[in-house]
Design a protein around this ligand. Structure first.
Ligand code: GDP
Length: 309
């Protein structure tokens, strides 16, 4: 059991969907949250990260900073997805080691697993087969991050842990249709279709299955792991069940209140056929999600409406 009270907790990536949710969640803990704006600290700049960490001396670091994006963005910017993510995590982890950070949580994603991993995906499926090509750049960087945490634990005894969230959605999501993930894309598309009375365009066949977790549930799991987990193995952070993209589209339409026609753009990739994680390890640590999918979509939609104002 790690005690967060009185600790200085640096949340790297606090403007992102996960980082901002972690900051909100930490407000309920008796700790001091540290953040650094992009203008003040370039996480890809090794000297800057070392300098910042030496000055601020956090006790705890949450690595929620990453270059992220959906299936199209990964395909379009492979160098950015690999290089930026390697630099961000390596700089933060090594700088944490230099200032004796007592606990570090590194966050990755379910796309670290092989394309055809047995479902639901357990943690030990890592590195057992080829990755899904549409996001292998990001995946390779995140696998390196897990291994960095493991290596510092093995070599120095550092209490660095890794959590791998499933597909996340919620406040502060990216609603740019070119770069977003499917959930925010569908929220925007269904919203637009409702306004215009038009069709809802779904990429691919609609048959791939995905698991979705609200960012606030993810943040709650992160805090739970910080407090209750200390071991080399990474931990899946999942919801526990999945839906097909077509079912998701129908659910988003139900929440937003639109029943127009769904059309498929088959020129877009389906990606991996199924990505459901086995979160038994996390559940055995005493954590369960609290936000049902439909309620979570309603919450995300109300934030979307505020954001587009
Ligand atoms: P993935 O989980 O890494 O494959 O990333 P995405 O969230 O981008 O895509 C998940 C699935 O949703 C894929 O099968 C996409 O083809 C499908 N999908 C359907 N419509 C959309 C859309 O408008 N945007 C995105 N990003 N994906 C979509």
């Amino acid at each position: 059991m790690f005690d967060l009270s009185g600790k200085r907790v640096f949340v790297a990536g606090h403007r992102g969907m996960v980082g901002s949710a972690v900051v909100r969640r930490l407000a309920g803990e008796n700790c001091e949250v540290l953040t650094a704006g992009r203008a003040d600290l370039d996480l890809m700049d090794q000297a800057a990260v070392r300098g910042w960490m030496a000055r601020e001396k956090p006790d705890v670091v949450v690595v929620a900073a990453a270059k992220v994006g959906g299936i199209l963005a990964n395909n379009t910017y492979p160098a950015d997805f690999l290089y930026n993510n390697l630099m961000i995590e390596a700089n933060l982890i090594e700088a944490s080691h230099r200032v004796d950070v007592g606990k570090l949580l590194f966050l990755g994603s379910s796309c670290i697993y092989p394309k055809f991993a047995p479902q639901p995906i357990t943690e030990d499926a890592l590195l057992t087969g080829p990755l899904e090509p549409t996001n292998e750049w990001y995946a390779i960087a995140k696998i390196a991050g897990i291994k960095l945490c493991e290596s510092y634990r093995v070599q120095y005894g550092s209490d660095y842990i890794s959590g791998m969230p499933t597909n996340l959605y919620g406040p502060g999501d990216n609603y740019n249709l070119e770069t977003s993930h499917v959930m925010p894309a569908l929220i925007r598309k269904v919203h637009n279709a409702k306004q215009s009375g038009g069709t809802v365009e779904v990429w691919g066949t609609g048959t791939p299955r995905r698991e979705f977790l609200h960012a606030d549930d993810c943040a709650d799991a992160c805090v739970h792991l910080l407090k209750n987990y200390s071991a080399q193995e990474h931990v899946n952070i999942g919801f526990g069940s999945d839906v097909s993209i077509l079912e998701l589209t129908q659910l988003v339409m139900e929440v937003i209140g639109y029943d127009g026609e769904i059309v498929h753009d088959l020129s877009k990739p389906d990606g991996t056929p199924r990505k459901l994680m086995d979160s038994t390890r996390l559940h055995n640590l005493g954590w369960k999600p609290k936000i049902a999918l439909k309620d979570g979509i309603a919450d995300a939609y109300s934030h979307f409406l505020q954001e587009i104002g």
